[in-house]
Design a protein around this ligand. Structure first.
Ligand code: GLP
Length: 272
């Protein structure tokens, strides 16, 4: 089994707005230090508030995304950007148009290619040609997936097509109140692809994720919980959680801290 140095960082914030703001701060800092950074953003409900904060900062001129390159994390196989259930479309309309990343600077997953395997390998080359990802912002799937690396995904997995679990398909169709048919396959950046990012932020919000966050951070790393592999990244991994998501954690972790104005609670202070 792969082992990590386990010196990753976890910061627990009082609530979702505080955790979202801290994540937006990481993104902002990454772009200020490298205006042409290559970034992967998650879809889903978790990052919505973070995207609102980034859009507000961009509108005020506090941060400039115009030179940033974005690589899509995952997309359903066979789905074009015009499809209502396209994750790329969601990212474009809900995020990139608002923060000022032009569509030409978005690398879309080649999900309509004839040879999906070869096309996925080309996508990996495009990331490598860009010097790798500077920052990967990730959410945590209810079954421990990151991107669409479903249970069974190895630490070395690369961009590829994966069959979605029924649980993930029903999670996805819930975003559309069940009105949209979710394909049974997706292309996702691999765990190994993500592990090579210079910085990884895992944002986890809400008590529904508490048990999965505990498994992610406290159980032995395994294919059962693909997010657990992120610990291999060591200090390049920052986990940002709200108190609800962190409520099942049973031990203090190296690098764990509370937001500065929230220190003093014994269970969330790194001094013990
Ligand atoms: C989705 C996406 C992930 C996302 C995760 C959590 O299916 N493939 O990129 O991070 O599941 O979604 P949510 O934030 O809505 O819980």
């Amino acid at each position: 089994m792969a082992t990590g140095s386990e010196n990753w960082n976890l910061t627990v914030f009082r609530d979702s707005p505080a955790a979202s703001e801290a994540t937006a701060d990481v993104v902002s800092a990454a772009i200020r230090s490298k205006p042409d950074a290559a970034i992967a953003f998650p879809t889903g409900s978790t990052p919505l508030h973070m995207f609102d904060i980034l859009a507000a900062r961009a509108a005020r001129g506090d941060i400039d995304f115009s030179s940033v390159t974005v690589f899509c994390l995952d997309e359903y196989v066979g789905v074009t950007v015009e499809d209502p259930n396209s994750l790329t479309r969601w990212l474009k309309e809900g995020v990139l148009d608002r923060i000022g990343v032009k569509f030409e600077r978005l690398h879309t997953l080649p999900v309509t290619a004839e040879d999906l395997t070869a096309a996925a390998a080309e996508y990996e080359k495009a990331i490598a040609a860009r010097g790798g990802l500077d920052l990967a912002v990730l959410g945590l799937g209810p079954n421990g997936h990151i991107g669409y690396n479903e249970p069974g995904s190895s630490a070395g997995s690369r961009t590829r097509v994966i069959t979605l679990t029924p649980e993930s398909r029903s999670q996805a169709s819930a975003y559309w109140e069940g009105a949209v048919q979710i394909p049974d396959r997706a292309m996702t950046m691999g765990v190994g692809t993500l592990l090579e990012a210079k910085r990884i932020v895992l944002l986890v919000i809400g008590d529904a994720k508490a048990d999965m966050l505990r498994k992610t951070l406290e159980d032995p790393m395994s294919v059962e919980v693909p997010a657990s592999w992120l610990r291999i990244a060591g200090p390049r991994l920052t986990v940002i959680a709200d108190e609800a998501a962190a409520s099942s954690l049973s031990v203090m972790h190296p690098g764990q801290s509370a937001e500065p104005e929230h220190r003093g609670g014994a269970s969330r202070d790194r001094s013990n």
